[in-house]
Design a protein around this ligand. Sequence first.
Ligand code: SF4
Length: 209
Amino acid sequence: MDTEELFHRLKKFERPYVSRQKTPFWVLIGAILSTRTKDEVTEKALKKLIEYAPDIHKLNELPVGKIEKLIYPVGFYHTKAKNLKILTKTVLEKYNGKIPQKLNELLSLPGVGRKVATLVLSAAFDKDEICVDTHVHRISNRLGLVETKNVLETERELKRIIPQKYWKKINSYFVTLGRKFCHPRKPSCKDCPLKDLCPYKRCAASKAK
Ligand code: SF4
């Protein structure tokens, strides 16, 4: 696979809503909301939250019940509301209101796993990290870039084979590709900009149409 050509074709894609947030704080909150939640539901909830509590201080003042109402119906909204409450307090008290830039510090915050932390590092802090979510895992395998069984393996393999200059961009590219064409169940291969590069066998019929 010619990775230069692959990324060249994807560079016109718009970045996903969460990655486009102007501050690391909202990238972090958006990434937390997005776990186990459809993209459009995440987007609506994040917009509502930002509108009601536009910064960390305002969010910190909200009771958990109000946060729950604002983010409903994201997946696990009850737990996420509680985590957001603890997270804002922790960031204010321990990090002076600034989102930490170290992986282990991010991982110590409530509701923050590797996917969320690597998205914050790559999308908000411009660090060379690869955020592997379900889109990146699925598409990397379909494209034959990797042959892996889980997201950790995928991250490790991608870091081995993809030039470092693309690491922080992979998530944005593949999330948008996954939303537009490379859907989990029925990929729209005949319209996909990578169709002539992609070896995914199960969509050979769709390519032929
Ligand atoms: S050709 Fe099909 S399987 Fe391959 S990346 Fe495009 S949509 Fe996904």
